[in-house]
Design a protein around this ligand. Sequence first.
Ligand code: NAD
Length: 263
Amino acid sequence: MGEFTGRVAIVTGGANGMGERVAHTLAAGGATVVVADKDGERSKLVVAEIAEAGGDAVALPADVSEEEQVAALVDDVVRRYGRVDILDNNAAALELTAVDPDLLGVTTDVFLGTLRGNLLGPFLCTKYVLPVMLQQGAGAIVNMASVSGMAGETSLTAYGVSKAAVIQLTRATAVQYGKRGIRCNAVAPSIVLTRNTDAWAPQAVKDAYLRHNVTPYLGLPQDIAEVVAFLVSDKARYMTGHVIPVDGGLRAAHPIAADLRDT
Ligand SMILES: NC(=O)c1ccc[n+]([C@@H]2O[C@H](COP(=O)([O-])OP(=O)(O)OC[C@H]3O[C@@H](n4cnc5c(N)ncnc54)[C@H](O)[C@@H]3O)[C@@H](O)[C@H]2O)c1
């Protein structure tokens, strides 16, 4: 018996990157995992890999920024399994980070598209999953934020605003439904090496993160998956409403620490 045996988990954006690793990690712990990604083909591949490893998963493709699709997704999950125990709000419109410079440079379309892609999905998935969790009297939600939502940056304006809002969504969910058994936390990674990293982080940006990280390396998707799995497990039963930085120590360091180390 794994620690998630008998639990049903929805992982949005579960077909790639961190979501893919979360799907594998929860399935390895015994959860039945719903890979809810708009990329249906990749979702099927991830599900096949989970099955090959002895896990239980299903691909239910959906664009989580579309309300009707989220409603249909949650209906489908409840019809199949009768419950939802875990929601990992991981999907985001990362392709827009490539056209998200400083405030004067961001178009209104990119700004709104980013909010739609990064914030509306977690809002809608939480809204539709909550009634099921409330009926069960229990549920754990993890929202994928970012260090970009915790400090000002020279670019990624819309992205940072969307992730700051995801952090507030996390607090609102935790505070409003905590007494009824729902826990909600956010994870805030700094750079993690996934397929999209190159779009917004050329080598110079990766080098800058490495210089300012306290660790001698950058993050990998599994580093995040382990923390998400912990947060949705019973081991984290006394943790809710918080943002957990998983950032190689970036936010622990004094802003001039890297300069001082190099002198
Ligand atoms: N990569 C990083 O350095 C980094 C750092 C901090 C936070 N994050 C956050 O972590 C999360 C995952 O990032 P990643 O790098 O693993 O991404 P990724 O691009 O590798 O995977 C994202 C997945 O989400 C899916 N997706 C996107 N929009 C969707 C939608 N509306 N509906 C359903 N599926 C959708 C994509 O098809 C893709 O499979 C995101 O929320 C991102 O903002 C990433």
